[in-house]
Design a protein around this ligand. Structure first.
Ligand code: APR
Ligand code: PHB
Length: 390
């Protein structure tokens, strides 16, 4: 089999890239290790920057998002019993974020690929990129016991943090940067009305808590937990009691609890691998970088990577120029590191760090009080949260 761009990974990055290329008449094949049900069963964040929302619309997959998603013009930060609204729209000249589950984005992309006859190979096992520094790269994989070879011009590594693509770049070429945070997030999905119309990020002495949502009847809550915590140790009642203990009193009183329909723990890390390319292999999304979920930047960084990479492929196939392909890594990393910084800053601001000294804790308190007292500080937060320009 031959294609122009072989895409390893059928998550948001790979599917969005395939969809954009298809609309420009560029062939691609997506090779996904898991089943579609498995991919669509993953619960992920749901805050879309305007740049991603616009990309989905121009890729012809924004209709359901516009019907079922909710535009948010702000969110609250709670600290020591006070709630301060960050007026995103007022502070950014009218920008907002779209609250719409990543799972829904992925489903919309799968449906669009199917409708347009896109080739997405599910359950592709042992996917291996070959000949990366030659002009004739190819990918091998197995499906139902049959071995396949996919000839291509380029390989897009969209296979996430645990994928094969980044590992295919020689260690001597890769420079990796990592910070592992000393805690995790215990998340619960519940068919209950959200405690507030907008998100609430809570800093408390007991630890961070986040009140989010997927719709007016589906809520998503998180509490910071120990890095080695076992989700089996947390009954629903224990989760709700811990969440209430971290919220301002009046917010806790308004919380409607119910049975969890999903409960899981995620570790938090900041990670970047440089460069994002090696010969004819280009990394995008979680394959190249990971952010802690605090700033809701994971999916949004994947989107800007795909914007840059798809633009580069389109230039190659329409103008026969490799300029943007050569510049992709440097261009993408500029925006990646700014989002890395913001995600680290927001995580440091809002979480309880067990090893923090008394001085560290007072600085954290001063940072929060500065944010509560300065519109300029809130403007900086707002412009990063809605998303820096591509
Ligand atoms: N071969 C084929 N597919 C693979 C392989 C492999 N060796 N390894 C991983 N995959 C698949 C995974 O099953 C997954 O479906 O690649 C896909 C990668 O998807 P994501 O991990 O969702 O990464 P990405 O598409 O970059 O999206 C980034 O999604 O995971 C969240 O927090 C992340 O919000 C961020 C966004
Ligand atoms: C979520 O709804 O899952 C969510 C929202 C905002 C975040 C992180 C997660 O910063």
């Amino acid at each position: 089999m031959k294609t122009q761009v072989a895409i390893i990974g059928g998550g948001p990055s790979g599917l969005l890239l395939s969809q954009i290329l298809h609309l420009k008449g560029i062939q691609s094949v997506v090779l996904e290790r898991q089943s579609r049900d498995y991919v669509l069963g993953r619960i992920r964040a749901g805050v879309l920057e305007q740049g991603l929302a616009d990309m989905l619309r121009s890729a012809g997959v924004g209709d359901r998002m516009d019907q079922e998603g909710h535009l948010h013009g702000g969110f609250d930060i709670a600290h020591e019993g006070q709630r301060m609204r960050i007026d995103l729209s007022g502070l950014t000249g009218g920008k907002s974020v779209m609250v719409y589950g990543q799972t829904e984005v992925t489903l919309d992309l799968y449906n669009a690929r199917d409708e347009m006859g896109g080739i997405v190979v599910d359950n592709a096992q042992n996917v291996i990129p070959h000949n990366l520094t030659s002009g004739t790269p190819y990918v091998t994989y197995e499906k139902e016991g049959v071995s396949h070879r996919l000839e291509c011009d380029f390989i897009a590594g969209c296979d996430g943090f645990h994928g094969v693509s980044r590992q295919s770049i020689p260690e001597a070429v890769r420079q990796e940067y990592e910070k592992v945070y000393p805690f995790g997030w215990l998340g619960v999905l519940s068919e209950t009305p959200p405690v507030s119309d907008e998100l609430i990020y809570n800093h408390s002495e007991r630890g961070f808590a986040l009140c989010s949502m997927r719709s007016k009847s589906l809520s998503r809550y998180y509490v910071q937990c120990d890095i080695n915590e076992d989700v089996e140790n947390w009954s629903d009642d224990q989760f709700w009691e811990e969440l209430k203990s971290r919220l301002p009193t009046e917010t806790a009183a308004q919380l409607i609890t119910g049975p969890s329909i999903e409960k899981s723990i995620a570790p938090l890390r900041s990670f970047v691998s440089e460069p994002l390319c090696y010969g004819r292999l280009f990394l995008a999304g979680d394959a190249g970088h990971i952010v802690p979920p605090t700033g809701a930047k994971g999916l949004n960084l994947a989107a800007s990577d795909i914007h840059y990479l798809s633009t580069a492929f389109i230039q190659y196939y329409t103008e026969h120029s490799e300029t943007k392909l050569r510049e992709y890594s440097q261009t993408a990393l500029k925006r990646i590191w700014k989002a890395m910084r913001f995600s680290w800053w927001m995580t440091t601001l809002l979480h309880r760090f067990p090893e923090n000294s008394d001085f560290d804790r007072r600085i954290q308190k001063a940072e929060l009080e500065y944010l509560f007292s300065s519109e300029v500080a809130r403007k900086v937060l707002a412009e990063n949260y809605v998303g820096l320009p591509y």
